[in-house]
Design a protein around this ligand. Structure first.
Ligand code: ADE
Length: 225
């Protein structure tokens, strides 16, 4: 999978892709992440990428011209499955969407800033809009990093033990069961006996029961009858 992330603040995206699982995914060539500075596509004396909103109010708005030039240039190099605009009023991101996006080959993630992008970008250049939650961030960069992380970790071979993505919360409509590690007893607080029993059937039953119990309690909306 190739991700092209367009931003006017590229430094904001330096660290998320240079550590841990996302770094390893790139080293193994399972994913490539390209951070594109929108300013490289700016024209004019001041190389600006934003301007005041027509009609006043709002704040600065990202201009359509550099965004269009940037997307057009990217499209000469690859065929993209989606051009995704990160926006607080987009479709709410969830595990099902992460699963779906993980099957795509090339994606553009466009990060808005200030008061967002010229509406014509959304009307004509973007194929889809994603929000990571009902709150407003200063820009789409952190949201794009969240989506990239959730998607890349699902690519085959990225996680050491592939079954660990399958046992994630939400993958089967349930949140994950509790997990424990050594010591088996700490300050008198004990690990459930069954986990030390070595009986794998019993352990799997226990995990499923706990996942159900936890989902009922914490995320009843996930339960499907
Ligand atoms: N940009 C600003 N806020 C956002 C959000 N909640 N989700 C996606 N992109 C955003």
């Amino acid at each position: 999978m190739h991700l092209s992330i367009i931003t006017c603040l590229p430094r904001l995206l330096e660290s998320p892709f240079n550590d841990s699982i996302l770094k390893r995914a790139q080293q193994k060539n399972l994913a490539t992440v390209e951070i594109i500075d929108l300013r490289d596509y700016a024209t004019g004396k001041h190389l600006s990428v934003d301007d005041y909103a027509f009609g006043g109010g709002a704040g600065m708005v990202l201009m359509i011209e550099p965004i269009d030039r940037c997307i057009t240039d990217l499209k000469t190099k690859r065929k993209y499955d989606e051009v995704i605009y990160m926006s607080p009023d987009g479709d709410l991101f969830n595990q099902a969407m992460a699963n779906e996006l993980s099957l795509k080959k090339n994606l553009i993630l466009l990060c808005g800033h200030y008061k967002g992008v010229d509406e014509r970008v959304r009307e004509h250049l973007v194929t889809r809009e994603i929000s990571i939650g009902d709150y407003v961030l200063s820009g789409g960069e952190l949201a794009a990093a969240v989506v990239a992380d959730a998607v890349i970790r699902l690519l085959p071979g990225v996680l050491n033990d592939e079954t660990s993505a399958l046992s994630d919360s939400f993958q089967d409509g349930l949140v994950a069961p509790p997990v424990y590690t050594r010591p088996a007893e700490y300050k008198g607080w004990k690990v459930p006996e069954v986990l030390l029993s070595g009986d794998h059937t019993k352990i799997e039953d226990w995990k499923h029961e706990k996942a159900l119990e936890r989902t009922r309690k914490r995320r009843p909306g996930l339960m499907v009858d």
